[in-house]
Design a protein. Structure first.
Length: 299
């Protein structure tokens, strides 16, 4: 076998993609990345293998000079396969990142919440003192969730505007990046809009989807106006199913848990402490309370 360096300098002209041109051949073989590849495998390459692979090398050479819309988002890699050099197209990091973002949006369903919450990342959340305990517990949850899909969730209580919803959006998108299905719903609006499901009899299916998703986040619980029916046949059914199946559930509220119990007692037409206590039993099972404090960031 001729030494590779000698072959590159003095090899015979070979047709490559219709160009029978020694000068073009030298340009291809002296391309820095191609030359590096040939040097890396010089103990396995022969002049015949290189000559027979010039079409692949030419395609790789052109990819350095021009963007091909057909292969947009991918980059070619040279590989030695048996007695030939071939190309393998692999996704660029930009495409992988775009695919990740699309996957996150696909896996998080927002119900009556701003679409912009899709873009929140935990890494963007400011580590303020009032948020630190919640952030630490969310991070602990994520570590446990990666090993076991049934850890207990959190109940984030605190004043308006301290960032509870923002924190939970970061959590939702992190879990979605694990290819898990997340539903993030604003409870007051969801309860107020229940009648929209009556015309097409879709309420049972909607409740089932919410009850069975991998991760459920209920935002602003305690701010809704409940009827006996919406409390006992909708909210209680969802929380019971999640408790029975030990499915992670998170809450945000301006009320502490003890205040929420009082809220659940009274509906539009009755006061029922027993049913309120049963509902709170499910909330306590599903989540641990953490207080989030700080300035009102909405101002």
């Amino acid at each position: 076998m001729q030494p590779i360096n000698k072959f590159l300098a003095h090899g015979n002209a070979t047709k490559a993609q219709g160009h029978d041109n020694e000068n073009l051949r030298k340009q291809i073989l002296n391309n820095p990345k191609i030359h590096e590849f040939i040097s890396q495998y010089q103990d396995r390459l022969t002049p015949e293998i290189i000559n027979n692979s010039l079409s692949s090398l030419y395609e790789y050479y052109l990819s350095q000079e021009h963007d091909d819309p057909v292969t947009s988002g991918y980059r070619p890699e040279l590989i030695l396969s048996g007695q030939a050099i071939t190309l393998k197209y692999v996704p660029k990091e930009s495409k992988l990142e775009k695919d990740r973002e699309q996957s996150i949006k696909k896996n998080v369903r927002l119900i009556n919440l701003p679409f912009a919450l899709h873009d929140v990342r935990l890494s963007q959340v400011e580590m303020a003192p009032g948020r630190a305990p919640a952030i630490a517990d969310i991070q602990t949850f994520l570590v446990n969730y990666s090993k076991n899909h049934h850890p207990q969730g959190l109940y984030l209580s605190g004043d308006f505007g301290v960032g509870k919803t923002y924190l939970l959006a970061g959590l939702a998108n992190t879990v979605a990046a694990m290819n898990r299905q997340v539903i993030f719903l604003h409870l007051p609006t969801f309860i107020a809009n229940l009648s929209s499901h009556f015309n097409d009899n879709s309420l049972a299916d909607e409740v089932q989807r919410i009850a069975q998703c991998d991760l459920l986040i209920i935002d602003d619980i305690g701010a809704e106006t409940l009827s006996q029916w919406s409390r006992d046949e909708v909210l209680a059914v969802i929380l019971q199913a999640r408790m029975d199946n030990v499915l992670p559930t998170f809450f945000s509220s301006n009320m502490a848990m003890e205040e929420l119990k009082e809220h659940f007692k009274e509906t539009r037409n009755a006061i029922d402490p027993v049913k309120a206590a049963r509902l709170m039993e499910r909330v306590h099972f599903l989540a641990k309370e953490i207080v989030v404090s700080g300035p009102n960031r909405r101002n």
